[in-house]
Design a protein around this ligand. Structure first.
Ligand code: NG6
Ligand code: CA
Length: 532
């Protein structure tokens, strides 16, 4: 881990800042349609990097992407001062595989332990022997922190052959976890807000742990005497719509059982504040040296239970309220950068781990009166789907003076953040590293050349149900609008340029195109890497 000595940190700080200062300003880099043509520096300045990875926020959920009913002034402000991408994708249409790909630069469908949605007792799905974005940053003298939703497994490691090294035990030091893959600190939620255990973990320990009240967690066999959603619906403040009927914590029944840890249990309505505070504290603590913050909000995942100051504020139910709450968290992060005078030295990326969803397991009204709200804009499908609504996500990058203000239609994916950040740090990737990651830094800096023509989409599971994007063409193995399931008997072929709503299956008309794309997908699957 990094040395904390004042001397080395101030040396690093000035080295970092001076590189930024002595880089000459290069004019006219961008000729991308209609964007700001001011001068932009070449990328070898070493900014702080903050990735804000929101949960389940759809393409159409934000004002800057066309939402009209719920206001998102802070995220819109970020977009106005940065670059807003219209063809950016999460590597998967569910959480764990997206996060795996983002941190490793490898598609999760290549690595079985990371391809599905993990539980609260799943072992770490990222190999501790590999490289991650956090390790890359640390090696370049950055302090790297993960704050918020983890959902990549904790305690024990699941190797590709299925062997598990150790059990997840919340009563002890919990490792391996974020600290074993390059983060020097972690504060957050082990799995999801709707999964047990409902406790925060800081570094390797449960926050507020009481040794006299040990924590047991189980997925499958009931454990302990706490009431459950199934047996005690009268104790609940929100009823499940499907699943989510195991242990009740704070009047909300979850996926998974837990007992004990009473003093450590989180309060759902305070989660956004608690996580945002941890992120802000990290920024304040590290203000004098380069840092990488991987900030994963719980919002707007289920259960959607906003703080009282947001409850009923949006006029569009709990889902609208937690969008406002998310926007408030982004506002806090931006304000802390301004207070620390770091806004111009920080690349801030805001995006979402998969597309939007309405009913995701609780009867919270989201699926009811939709009004003009379109969580995924005009795109078809929802979270879990191979249709665009499952994985085409908001993606905004702001780095004043470097990232030109504007809109980009370049095809990019979270899996590209690895090579992009490596380029930002001036590092060359080895052949084994980040095998599916393309350098999107030129696109961030406003250069017009394409980052990639092809991209593989994934719905979760191993070897997964996939789609291949190739220019405007898209071959989908499944035509489910929601959670992926199995491949259809015949694939679906669409042309997004003519048919952005993915309504017209051209497969029967264009058998050769189908065959070519199937072959290409099979090859991409077979080869260890897709990066050239
Ligand atoms: C699904 C859950 C859903 C959500 C999702 C994970 C059911 C019926 N559905 O299995 O509620 O928890 O997993 O979401 O249990 S994600 O954003 O973390 O991938
Ligand atoms: Ca998600």
């Amino acid at each position: 881990m990094l040395s904390n000595s004042v001397i080395s940190s101030s040396v690093r700080y000035w080295l970092g800042r001076f590189t930024l200062l002595i880089i000459g300003w290069v004019c006219g880099l961008s000729s991308f349609g209609g964007v700001n043509q001011a001068c932009f520096a070449e990328p070898s300045g070493r900014p702080n990097v903050i990735i804000i990875l929101a949960d389940d926020v759809g393409y159409g959920d934000l004002g800057c992407y066309g939402a009209t009913e719920v206001e998102t002034p802070h995220i819109d402000r970020l977009a106005r001062a940065g670059r807003r991408f219209t063809d950016a994708h999460s590597p998967s249409s569910v959480c764990t595989p997206t996060r795996y790909a983002l941190l490793t630069g490898q598609y999760a469908w290549r690595h079985k332990p990371a391809a599905g949605i993990l539980s609260g007792v799943s072992p770490l799905c990222i190999p501790v022997s590999g490289t991650t974005l956090a390790i890359r940053f640390q090696a370049s003298g950055y302090e790297a922190a993960a704050v918020g939703k983890w959902h990549l497994g904790l305690g024990g490691e699941r190797l590709p052959d299925g062997t598990i090294t150790g059990q997840t035990d919340y009563n002890r030091e919990i490792k391996p976890g974020p600290l074993e893959i390059g983060f020097s600190s972690f504060f957050g939620v082990p799995a999801t807000g709707d999964r047990t255990p409902c406790v925060y973990v800081e570094d390797r320990r449960v926050v507020g742990y009481d040794p006299n009240d040990p924590i047991q967690v189980s997925y499958g066999t009931p454990i302990g005497n706490d009431p459950t959603g199934k047996a005690n619906p009268e104790l609940m403040t929100i009823l499940p719509s499907h699943g989510h009927d195991n242990t009740i914590v704070n009047g909300i029944s979850r996926i998974g059982y837990m007992s004990g840890g009473k003093s450590a249990r989180w309060v759902d309505t305070e989660m956004a504040d608690v996580l945002t505070r941890a992120a802000v504290q990290f920024i304040e603590r590290e203000r004098n040296r380069p840092f990488f913050l991987y900030f994963c909000t719980h919002d707007i995942h289920v259960p959607r239970v906003p703080h009282p100051r947001y409850a009923d504020r949006s006029g569009h139910g709990a889902r609208g309220d937690v969008i406002m709450q998310l926007d408030g968290s982004v506002g806090e992060i931006l304000a802390s950068l301004e207070r620390a005078d770091l806004a111009k030295d920080t690349l801030v990326i805001f995006t979402s781990d998969n597309g939007g969803v309405l009913d995701d397991g609780y009867q919270d009204g989201a699926a009811g009166d939709l009004g003009a709200k379109r969580p995924n804009g005009d795109w078809r499908g929802f979270k879990g789907s191979l249709f665009e609504g499952g994985h085409r996500v908001p993606f905004i990058a702001r780095w004043p003076g470097h990232v030109p203000v504007g809109v980009s239609d370049q095809l990019i994916c979270h899996v590209d953040l690895f090579a992009t950040c490596a380029a930002l740090l001036g590092r060359t990737l080895t052949d084994d590293e980040a095998p599916d990651s393309y350098n999107a830094l030129p696109a961030l800096l406003g250069k017009p050349s394409a980052v990639r023509d092809k991209l593989v989409h994934h719905t979760g599971g191993y070897p997964g149900v996939l789609a291949l994007r190739d220019g405007p063409w898209k071959l989908l193995q499944s035509s489910q609008a929601g959670y992926g399931g199995k491949p259809d008997r015949e694939p679906m072929l669409v042309n997004l340029a003519d048919d952005p709503g993915e309504k017209h299956n051209l497969a029967a008309q264009m058998p050769e195109k189908v065959q070519d794309m199937q072959k290409e997908l099979a090859e991409l699957r077979e080869h260890r890497r897709s990066r050239p």
